[in-house]
Design a protein around this ligand. Structure first.
Ligand SMILES: [Zn+2]
Length: 499
């Protein structure tokens, strides 16, 4: 009951303030709204996702080009830099660049019988090490070695000098009701290495309803980089081919392991040639891009709205395949710059100050947004709201995430959508999500703009600008702008972030 009353009050509050707002500022809003155009959004995305930018891996030359391009846009709109004079907030991150040659071949009697194709049959893990080996393959279940909790896929099997094939995720079941703890990709590599393996092939779970395809990913977890240990994500058909000298299938083996909760590791009687070349740097310079529009009202100008998106993506491999990242997240980055442009062109300035930020390193675990929040150049309690825009150009309707933690902002979004865009769905979540998480952890109210059914091309080479839904993309950007106007002009006050 309490919840319902709270919801009703919120709805009333939002509706009332929004109407007031629209009555006062109608012309100004609509003029601004028209300036948000799918044409310029797509133009920005087209450049960011072009071959020249090489997939915008944080720390790469391509990412730097993207950062300069976006900073120049802010400059051209006369938006003040809010980091150094070039708009850059510098930081360092782990970095790994994958070179050619990059091979995976099936060998019989010392001859190649099948050459697998990068991008089709397999993709290197973003933090793969280098290495070249021709050796036999051993299947090792989930690739977990935790005898202390009573589970070890490496128990009783010799993997010395061999390549191991393991499931990429961790089991959804538990052993003796104990948590698996943090078992990242890097941790699985460590288990394999400790047992003497020389390379690792990750495979998605074949019995999943929609098994994950091979993806470009630099999400690897914490720990020390193993620079001499090649890692690939292989397709399920490839895994099946490597299984074909056994009388088992990978689907049946997954069934057995999942139903018995017992390891089932064995040699696949297959020889594989695996080669990867990569250059790793522990501390590679990269940057967030930050600009600010000062608030115009003396009472409000020391309060801040942050509008952000991550600019980085997962790069390129072996000069052969490229992840354009048009939806993820050239779309959100383009929208942030588009909204900045509209504010810059409007004659009436917002009462509160607005910080525009493009984050680096989201794909590696939100490094840029963490850094930004921890080095916040303004008092944390003065940040009254944060908007995160991530993957907003593909799909069919608008979802506003983190509404369970920031209900007042969410209702403001809902109300605004019901008057203008009419594309927002009800489901939401709590706890931030992606770059919003760092803000959520500091108790800054935040909402996360994303499209529904938007992940079809996520981290594939097919995430190109041509696939984007321009109507949706424009509408979601307009919605973000309209909500930001109300927040920036005082029709919203900071709320308590719900855990
Ligand atoms: Zn991503």
């Amino acid at each position: 009951m309490k919840k319902i009353i709270y919801k009703l009050l919120l709805t009333f509050f939002c509706f009332y303030s929004f109407h007031n707002y629209i009555i006062c500022q109608n012309n100004y809003d609509l003029e601004g709204l028209e300036l948000v155009s799918s044409k310029s959004l797509i133009e920005t995305v087209k450049y960011l996702s072009s071959d020249k930018l090489e997939g915008r891996l944080a720390g790469s030359e391509g990412y730097k080009k993207a950062a300069i391009y976006m900073a120049e846009k802010l400059k051209s709109y006369n938006i003040k830099p809010f980091a150094d004079s070039t708009y850059f907030q510098h930081l360092t991150m782990e970095y790994n660049w994958i070179f050619a040659p990059c091979k995976l071949n099936l060998i019989e009697e010392e001859k190649i019988v099948k050459e697998y194709k990068l991008g089709e049959d397999f993709i290197c893990r973003g933090f793969t090490g280098s290495g070249h080996c021709i050796t036999s393959v051993v299947f090792c279940g989930y690739g977990i070695s935790k005898p202390e909790i009573g589970y070890d896929d490496y128990n009783g099997i010799n993997v010395k000098g061999k390549i191991v094939m393991v499931f990429k995720p961790i089991p959804i079941w538990k052993i003796n009701n104990l948590d698996w703890g943090e078992i990242s990709i890097r941790k699985k590599v460590e288990y394999a290495f400790q047992h003497g393996a020389v390379g690792i092939l990750f495979v998605s779970l074949p019995n999943d309803k929609k098994p994950q395809k091979t993806i470009g990913s630099v999400m690897h977890g914490v720990g020390i980089q193993n620079e001499n240990f090649p890692q690939m994500h292989i397709s399920i058909p490839l895994a099946e081919e490597v299984f074909d000298k056994t009388n088992k299938t990978i689907k049946i083996i997954q069934n057995i392991i999942d139903s018995t909760k017992t390891p089932y590791s064995f040699s696949l009687n297959r020889i594989i040639e695996m080669e990867v070349n990569a250059e790793y740097k522990k501390e590679q310079p990269t940057m967030n891009i930050v600009g600010i529009i000062d608030g115009s009202d003396p009472k409000f100008k020391d309060e801040y709205l942050v509008i952000g998106a991550h600019l980085d993506h997962v790069g390129k491999q072996a000069d052969e395949i490229l992840f354009p990242g048009a939806n993820d997240n050239a779309s959100g980055s383009a929208a942030v710059i588009e909204i900045a442009k509209v504010y810059a062109k409007n004659k009436i300035k917002p009462k509160r100050s607005i910080i525009f930020v493009l984050f680096t390193g989201e794909e590696q675990g939100m490094a840029g947004s963490e850094y930004f929040v921890n080095q916040l150049p303004v008092p944390v309690e003065k940040v009254i709201a944060m908007f995160n825009l991530d993957c907003i150009g593909y799909g069919d309707s608008i979802q506003i995430g983190n509404g369970k933690s920031s209900p007042k902002l969410w209702y403001l979004a809902k109300q605004t959508d019901s008057l203008y865009t009419k594309m927002m769905v009800e489901p939401t979540w709590s706890g931030g999500g992606a770059d919003a998480t760092a803000f959520y952890k500091k108790s800054i109210p935040c909402i996360y703009f994303v499209s529904t059914n938007g992940y079809e091309h996520l981290h594939y080479m097919t995430d190109t600008y041509g696939t984007l839904n321009t109507v949706l993309f424009e509408k979601i950007t307009r919605l973000a702008y309209l909500i930001s106007l109300q927040v920036a002009n005082g029709y919203y006050n900071k709320e308590i972030v719900l855990q």
